[in-house]
Design a protein around this ligand. Structure first.
Ligand code: PGA
Length: 274
C-alpha cells in the first residue's frame, strides 16, 4: 500500500442503475453493515445525491458523484458543476470514466479540467484511465494510459497529489472478466512511477483498480503493493457482494472486520437489472 492514507478505499459506482426511490434505504443498509475498517464511498446518480446524503449523514460512508462539468457556472444546459456537488456532502467525484470518454467524447484535457474543477471545490476527483481491448492487443496499453495520466499531471501539477486514480481497463468493465492481479499491479506500478515525477506526495496517491471486481477477486487485487483500493460497478448494487468486498478490503488493511450480520447475506439488490 503506497498511499499515505493507509486504509484501502472501496468506491461503489451505481452508474444509472437506480430507477426510483430506495437509494437512501440501500445506502443506509450498507452503512449499517459496517464498520468496515477500510474507506468506503458510494457514487450515486445526481438526482439521488440529496436522498443518499441524508441517509448517510453521521455514518462512515462517504458520498460521491459520477461526473461533473469542466465549467463552474454558466450557460451549459444539462451540466452539473463541482460547485453544485459541493452543496451536498460530496467527498468524491468520478471523472473520465470510459463510458463518458466513449459515449460523450470526453477527451483527456476535458477530464483533467473536470479534476481541476473538483479540486477547486475541495472534492476529490477519482480520475479513471484505462485502455480498450484493441489497444491492449496491439501493445498500446502503456502508451494510452500514460497519455491519459500525463494530461492530468500537466494540468494539475503538484495538485495531482490531491487526486485518486482508478485504473479501469475498458475490456474488464461490466464484462465479468477482471484483469488479473498481476496485470493490475503492472499497470498501477507504471502509473505510480509516472506520478512520482511530480514528487513524493503524488507518488503516494491512492490508485484503485476497477473492472468486474467481485468479492472473490478483491483480496488478491488488494494484496498487490500498488493497488490501494477498488472501484466497483455491478457488485456495488448487491448489498451482500458490496459489503463483502468492503469486509475483505478491511482485512487486507491488516485490521480486519467480522462478517457483519445476517443482513449482509440477504442479497438485497438496488437494481432489478443486476
Ligand atoms: P463493473 O464496473 O464493476 O461493473 O465492471 C466498474 C466501473 O465501471 O466503474
Amino acid at each position: 500500500m503506497a498511499s499515505d492514507v493507509t486504509r484501502p478505499l472501496v468506491v461503489g459506482n451505481w452508474k444509472m442503475n437506480v430507477a426510483d426511490g430506495g437509494s437512501g434505504a440501500f445506502a443506509r443498509q450498507v452503512a449499517k453493515l459496517g464498520p468496515y475498517r477500510c474507506r468506503v464511498a458510494i457514487c450515486v446518480p445526481h438526482p439521488f445525491l440529496s436522498e443518499v446524503d441524508r441517509a448517510l449523514r453521521g455514518t462512515e460512508i462517504a458520498i460521491g458523484a459520477q461526473d461533473c462539468s469542466d465549467q463552474h457556472a454558466g450557460a451549459f444546459t444539462g451540466e452539473v458543476s463541482a460547485r453544485m456537488l459541493a452543496t451536498f456532502s460530496c467527498a468524491y467525484v468520478i471523472v473520465g470514466h470510459s463510458e463518458r470518454r466513449a459515449r460523450h467524447l470526453e477527451n483527456d484535457l476535458a477530464v483533467a479540467t473536470k479534476a481541476k474543477m473538483a479540486l477547486d471545490c475541495d472534492i476529490t476527483p477519482i480520475i479513471c484511465v484505462g485502455e480498450t481491448l484493441a489497444e491492449r492487443n496491439s501493445g498500446e496499453a502503456l502508451t494510452v494510459v500514460s497519455r491519459q495520466v500525463s494530461a492530468v499531471t500537466r494540468r494539475l501539477g503538484l495538485d495531482v497529489a490531491r487526486c485518486v486514480f482508478a485504473y479501469e481497463p475498458v475490456w474488464a468493465i461490466g464484462s465479468g472478466r477482471s484483469a488479473s492481479a498481476e496485470q493490475a499491479q503492472a499497470m498501477h506500478s507504471f502509473i505510480r512511477d509516472q506520478l512520482a515525477q511530480q514528487g513524493s506526495a503524488a507518488a503516494a496517491v491512492s490508485i484503485l483498480y476497477g473492472g468486474s471486481v467481485k468479492p472473490e477477486s478483491t483480496g488478491k487485487l488488494l494484496e498487490q503493493p500498488d493497488v490501494d483500493g477498488v472501484l466497483v460497478g455491478g457488485a456495488s448494487l448487491n448489498l451482500a457482494h458490496f459489503s463483502e468486498i468492503c469486509r475483505v478490503a478491511g482485512v487486507s488493511s491488516g485490521i480486519g472486520a467480522a462478517w457483519p450480520s445476517d443482513d449482509a447475506q440477504s442479497g438485497a439488490s438496488l437494481s432489478a437489472e443486476v
